[in-house]
Write a protein that binds this ligand. Structure first.
Ligand code: ZN
Length: 64
């Protein structure tokens, strides 16, 4: 059984597994003004963000 997850960016299924799993750091969430915007969008301290292969590539290579 593989890890089944949906991509937080495009909503697509991550198959066989997410390319990137990232967690908001407590320090970031407690000190950054950006954390307020993320909180309004439904994210919280310690939440894990899941990205599929294509979205990871876009984030790190295309947009990076
Ligand atoms: Zn995606």
């Amino acid at each position: 059984m593989g890890y089944k997850a949906a991509c937080d960016r495009c909503g697509g299924r991550c198959d066989p597994s997410p390319a990137l799993l990232a967690q908001f750091s407590p320090q970031f969430f407690r000190t950054s003004q950006l954390a307020g915007d993320l909180s309004e969008a439904g994210y919280n301290e310690g939440d894990t963000v899941t990205l599929c292969e294509e979205c990871t590539y876009t984030l790190l290579i295309i947009d990076g």
